[in-house]
Design a protein around this ligand. Structure first.
Ligand code: 6PG
Length: 244
């Protein structure tokens, strides 16, 4: 499903509403709601909106019902400007009362990224149970179609069993740990967030052409089937309305 929002602020509200709705339903059922945050810059407006004490979410969200994970992490220290954990901690987690034991940082700063990936998979299985089904995964998309740290040409695209992989990618911080397609396929809900004119071409190429490994985001499925795409008008500008 594709939802086009007027602007980045409306996109952030739509994403916040998805998290609020899921967390409230889980809390009402006495359950924990597990959410994997995406990296990069797109989620920062969402983090700020959720954490804003003057906004509608900070007081409304049952933060003590959340369990927080990440879709991927760069192999840098947690206080490195490139760290996805740092962006989420500074923008959100340091400003809301998620219980510290429910924040599951990917230990990607360990000396061996393979070891980090295996530890993160063990955490996923310990926290979520054998099915390792995350309730909600937020994903971004790169201009060439990568998502999380699943990049074109990566052997991780062929991982059919493990939930995580250590990868080397063509990006500023090349060593990373990422969720794999099996982890995303186990998730109850996957939501892509894309905003701005710079994403219009890749959004069109993912949503209006047959899926393929040249655009890893196009192969993402959740347990519910197709992901939900939350786009602002600029990122949706290339769409003709035909879904591949
Ligand atoms: C990462 C992200 C990555 C990101 C996209 C979009 O670690 O870089 O997980 O998959 O979501 O590259 O990044 P922007 O939001 O900065 O465009």
């Amino acid at each position: 499903m594709i939802l086009v929002l007027d602007d980045p602020a409306a996109l952030a509200r739509a994403a916040a509403d998805e998290l609020l709705g899921g967390a409230r339903a889980a809390a009402a059922a006495g359950r924990v709601f597990s959410v994997a945050l995406s990296g990069g810059t797109t989620p920062r407006a969402l983090f700020a909106l959720l954490a804003d004490p003057a906004g509608p979410y900070r007081a409304a969200l049952p933060w003590d019902a959340l369990s927080v994970f990440w879709g991927d992490e760069r192999c840098v220290p947690p206080d490195d400007p490139e760290s996805n954990y740092r962006a989420a901690f500074q923008g959100l987690l340091s400003r809301v009362p998620v219980p510290p034991g429910r924040v599951h940082r990917i230990p990607a700063d360990l000396p061996d990224p393979e070891d980090a990936a295996r530890r993160y998979e063990a955490t996923l299985r310990a926290e979520l149970g054998p099915s390792a089904s995350l309730d909600l995964v937020f994903l971004g998309i790169g201009p060439e179609g990568h998502t999380a740290s699943l990049f074109p040409g990566s052997p991780a695209l062929h991982e059919a069993k493990r939930l995580t992989a250590a990868v080397t990618v063509k990006a500023k911080t090349p060593r990373r740990v990422t969720l794999t397609y099996p982890a995303l396929a186990a998730a109850k809900r996957v939501i892509f967030l894309a905003e701005g004119p710079g994403k219009a071409d890749i959004v069109r190429r993912v949503l209006e052409a047959p899926p393929g490994e040249d655009r890893p985001a196009s192969l993402v499925r959740s347990a519910a089937g197709d992901p939900l795409w939350l786009l602002d008008r600029a990122a949706a500008a290339g769409l003709s309305g035909r879904r591949a």
